[in-house]
Design a protein around this ligand. Structure first.
Ligand SMILES: Nc1ncnc2c1ncn2[C@@H]1O[C@H](COP(=O)(O)OP(=O)(O)OP(=O)(O)O)[C@@H](O)[C@H]1O
Ligand SMILES: NC(=O)CC[C@H](N)C(=O)O
Length: 673
C-alpha cells in the first residue's frame, strides 16, 4: 500500500488581527512528512499544493497497478467544469469494468485503479464512496466547491488519522507523519486509562482521531471537519425465518469468495498467499489453486497456469513453543501442489523485531504476534513479491471466535428453525460458555461496571472479554481519569442505531460480531497484525474475506449456520458454513480442524533475547519519561514475566515496553498532573 499526507489551512495564509498566523503550505513540509513513511511507497513520490497555498496533498507509491509514471499520484481532473485532486492509498477492485463504464464521460490519464476515484466522484458526487470495492484511504479536494473529503474503507483495513494543529487540518496514513508539521504529541491519559483508543475514534495522543471505518471526514469552505458514515454492517431481523436452503447458502458463500479471490489475484506485480494451519488461509490458497486450474486465472504477473508457481508463506515458530502450525501448512501446500516458504522465527528474531513492530503498527498489543507478520513481509519482499492474500475477516464475519459462543447460545435462533438446539441443551451449553468466558480472560474482569452499561449492548457477553486487556501500571495521579470504566467506554463507542438493533432486531451472535468488528478489529488487529506491519517491507496485503459482497452475504446468514450445534458432541462448530463452502478446496485435516487463533509464543527464557530487550527498554528513566506509569509497580514486571513466568505480568510489561518505544519515537511530552 501507499502512504498519504494532506493539509488544509483552516485560515487564509496571512497574519490575522487575532494574531493567528498560518503560513502557506510549503513543499518541504509535505516532503518531510512523506519521508517519515517512505517505507510505504518506495516506487514514487508526488505532491500538489493549491495555488493559494491552503491545500496540500502528498503521496508515496508502492506501484501495483499500472506501474508507469502515469499511475503516480496525486491525480488531477482539471477541465472547464472540474478542478479536483486526489491521493489514494489502496486497491479498488473490479476497476477495469468500472473504467470501461465511465470511459465515455471521464478522460482517464492512466490505467491505475485509483484514478477511478475522480471518475466516480464526477459521476456520483459525494456518494461515490459506496461504489468503491476494496481497501482504501483517500483524500479528495474539489477546488471549485472548496470541499475536502478524507475517507476510509468499510472495515478499516487502511489507517487514516487526523488532527488540527496551528489552524491546519492534518490528515495522514500514519500518525508519525504529523511530526513533520511541527506537531508535538502529548499523551491522552484519559483514553489510556479508559482503554478508549482500542475501541473508538480516539488515539492515545491528545487531539488525534481516526477516520472511522466506513466513514468520511468532510470540510466545506475551510470549515471545521466532521465525520459521516457511508456504510455499516447490517444483520437481518432475527424473527424472520430463512427461506433459502442450506445448500443454496453454501453455494452463495462459495461463489462470492471465488469472486473476491479472483479479483484480488489481479495485479501488475507478483502475488502470493500467507498460509497458516487454519481454515481461512488454507481456503484462500485452495480457491486460488482452483481458479488457476479451472479458469487459468493469471496470478499477478504469472500467466503460466501452473499451480506449482503459486507462492505461499508461513511463519515457523520453535516447535516446543506450542505456536507452530508450519507442519499443517506444509501438508496443505503439498496437497494443493503450491510452493511453501517457511519463515523461521526464533526468539532472537522476535526480540530483534520487537521495537520496529511497535513503532510501525502504532497499535501496541500485549503479545508478540505482530512480529511474526513483520517477519513474513520481510521474506515476501526478499522473494520479489509485492502483494499477498491473507485471511483476516473470516472469523469476524463467519463467527470463528469461541468468544462469540456465549452470545450465540444466549437465545434460540428463530431464523433457522430446523437447526434449533433443544432448549435444555442450549441452556446448559450457554451457562458453560458463560463460565468459560469468565475464566478465560487475559486480565482481570472489569470492575464497577454500572448495570446500565450492560443494558446498552443488550447484555451481550462479549464486552467484558474485550475490556480485560492488560492495564498498564498507571501512576496514582491518573486515577482522576477513571470516571468511566472501559466497558462503558466500549459500549458508548457505538451509536443509537446499533443499540436499537441490538435491543430489538439482531440475534445476540450478530450483536457480538458487530461489537468485535467495529472495535478491536480495526484498531488493533488490522493495525498490529495488518497493513502497518506488512508495509514496513513494501508488501500490500489483500483480504478477500473483507470484500463487502462477501460480508454482506455472510451477515445475512442465520446464526445457527455460522456456529452450528452438533447434537452428538453437544458443541458448536465454528465457521460451519464457511467450512462447507470451502470443502472442495481444503484438506480433510483442515475441514475438521477447530480454530486455533494465530498466536506467537507466550513463554520466553529468563535472560533470553526478548527479556534483555525488555530490560533495556523498561528502565526507570524511560518509564518516568512517560509520566503516566508508576515506576515502583513497573520495576518488578520484567522479572515476574520472564523469571516467574506470570502471564499477566508478561502482557503488562510487553505493553509498557511498546508504549516506551512509541513515546520515544514520537518524542511524546511527559504526561503530568
Ligand atoms: N503461521 C502463519 N503463517 C502465515 N500466515 C499466517 C500464520 N498465521 C496466520 N496467518 C495469516 O493471518 C491470517 C489470520 O489468521 P487466523 O488465525 O485468523 O486465520 P487462519 O489461521 O487462516 O484460520 P483459522 O482462523 O481457522 O485458524 C491467516 O488467514 C493467514 O493469512
Ligand atoms: N500501494 C497502493 O496503495 C497501490 C495504489 C495503486 N493501486 C497503485 O497500484 O499504484
Amino acid at each position: 500500500m501507499c502512504g498519504l499526507t494532506a493539509l488544509l489551512s483552516l485560515q487564509p495564509p496571512v497574519t490575522q488581527s487575532n494574531g493567528v498566523h498560518t503560513p502557506p503550505i510549503r513543499p518541504e513540509e509535505i516532503d518531510n512528512s512523506l519521508e517519515i513513511i517512505k517505507h510505504r511507497g518506495p516506487d514514487a513520490r508526488g505532491q500538489w499544493i493549491s495555488p493559494d497555498g491552503r491545500v496540500g496533498l502528498g503521496h508515496v507509491r508502492l506501484s501495483i497497478i499500472d506501474l508507469s509514471p502515469e499511475g503516480n499520484q496525486p491525480f488531477h481532473s482539471t477541465t472547464d467544469t472540474n478542478d479536483v485532486h486526489t491521493i489514494v492509498n489502496g486497491e479498488l477492485y473490479d476497476f477495469e469494468r468500472l473504467r470501461a463504464q465511465f470511459a465515455s464521460e471521464y478522460d482517464f490519464k492512466s490505467h491505475s485503479d485509483c484514478e477511478l476515484v475522480l471518475a466516480l466522484y464526477q459521476h456520483y458526487g459525494v456518494s461515490f464512496l459506496s461504489h468503491l470495492r476494496g481497501e482504501f484511504a483517500l483524500v479528495l479536494w474539489d477546488a471549485k466547491r472548496k470541499l475536502l473529503i478524507a475517507a476510509r474503507d468499510r472495515y478499516g483495513i487502511k489507517s487514516l488519522y487526523y488532527t488540527v494543529h496551528q489552524g491546519r487540518l492534518l490528515v495522514a496514513t500514519e500518525m508519525k507523519s504529523f511530526l513533520a508539521y511541527g506537531w508535538t504529541p502529548e499523551w491522552d491519559v484519559r483514553t489510556l486509562r479508559e482503554n478508549g483508543w482500542r475501541f473508538n475514534e480516539k488515539c492515545y495522543f491528545q487531539g488525534v482521531s481516526k477516520v472511522l471505518p466506513g466513514h468520511y471526514l468532510v470540510s466545506r469552505e475551510f470549515g471545521a471537519a466532521e465525520q459521516k458514515p457511508y456504510w455499516d454492517l447490517e444483520f437481518p431481523d432475527k424473527r424472520i425465518v430463512e427461506t433459502r436452503t442450506e445448500e443454496e447458502m453454501i453455494l452463495g458463500v462459495r461463489e462470492r469468495i471465488l469472486d473476491a479471490v479472483r479479483l484480488r489475484l489481479r495485479a501488475d506485480v507478483p502475488v502470493g498467499i500467507y498460509l497458516s494451519g487454519g481454515l481461512d488461509s488454507s481456503a484462500l490458497a485452495g480457491v486460488a489453486a482452483n481458479l488457476i486450474r479451472e479458469e487459468h486465472v493469471k496470478v499477478g504477473t504469472d500467466n503460466s497456469g501452473e499451480i506449482a508457481r503459486l507462492q505461499c508463506f508461513c511463519v515457523q515458530f520453535d516447535k516446543d513453543s506450542g505456536a507452530d502450525e508450519s507442519d499443517i501448512a506444509q501438508r496443505t501446500a503439498d496437497w494443493l501442489g503450491v510452493e511453501l516458504t517457511c519463515v523461521q522465527l526464533d526468539e532472537a528474531a522476535i526480540a530483534a523485531k520487537f521495537e520496529d513492530t511497535a513503532w510501525h503498527s502504532e497499535a501496541p498489543n500485549p503479545d508478540a504476534n505482530g512480529i511474526g507478520k513483520l517477519a513474513l513481509s520481510e521474506t515476501v519482499h526478499a522473494k520479489g513479491l509485492k502483494v499477498v492474500l491473507t485471511g483476516e475477516g473470516a472469523d469476524e464475519h463467519f463467527a470463528g471466535y469461541t468468544l462469540f459462543a456465549a452470545d450465540m447460545l444466549s437465545e434460540p435462533d428463530a431464523a433457522w428453525p430446523s437447526g434449533l438446539i433443544p432448549e435444555s441443551d442450549r441452556e446448559e451449553a450457554w451457562s458453560q460458555e458463560c463460565i468459560k468466558s469468565d475464566i478465560f480472560q487475559l486480565g482481570a474482569l472489569p470492575k464497577n461496571v454500572p448495570p446500565s452499561t450492560k443494558r446498552v449492548l443488550n447484555n451481550a457477553r462479549l464486552p467484558p472479554s474485550l475490556c480485560t486487556h492488560t492495564p498498564l501500571p498507571f501512576a496514582p495521579w491518573t486515577d482522576q481519569y477513571t470516571a468511566s470504566d472501559p466497558q462503558t467506554v466500549l459500549a458508548e463507542s457505538f451509536d443509537g442505531r446499533a443499540y436499537h438493533n441490538m435491543a430489538t432486531k439482531w440475534h445476540p451472535l450478530h450483536s457480538s460480531q458487530y461489537i468485535w468488528t467495529k472495535s478491536v478489529f480495526p484498531n488493533i488487529m488490522l493495525r498490529y497484525l495488518g497493513d502497518n506491519v506488512d508495509m514496513v517491507n513494501h508488501v500490500e496485503s489483500r483480504t478477500p474475506y473483507l470484500d463487502h459482497h462477501v460480508t454482506e452475504y455472510a451477515n445475512a446468514l442465520p446464526p445457527n449456520l455460522k456456529m452450528k450445534w452438533d447434537p452428538e458432541t453437544k458443541k458448536l462448530r465454528e465457521k460451519h458454513i464457511l467450512r462447507e463452502a470451502m470443502k472442495p478446496f481444503i484438506t480433510e485435516e483442515i475441514y475438521k480442524r477447530a480454530k486455533h487463533p494465530y498466536m506467537g509464543p507466550v513463554r520466553y527464557a529468563a535472560d533470553g533475547p526478548l527479556h534483555r530487550v525488555i530490560q533495556r527498554l523498561v528502565t526507570k528513566e524511560n518509564v518516568e519519561q512517560l509520566g503516566f506509569v508508576d515506576w515502583e509497580t513497573a520495576e518488578g514486571l520484567a522479572d515476574k514475566a520472564f523469571v516467574q513466568h506470570e502471564h499477566s505480568a508478561f502482557r503488562n510489561v510487553l505493553s509498557l515496553a511498546q508504549f516506551i518505544v512509541i513515546g520515544k519515537g514520537f518524542g511524546a511530552k511527559k504526561a503530568e498532573l
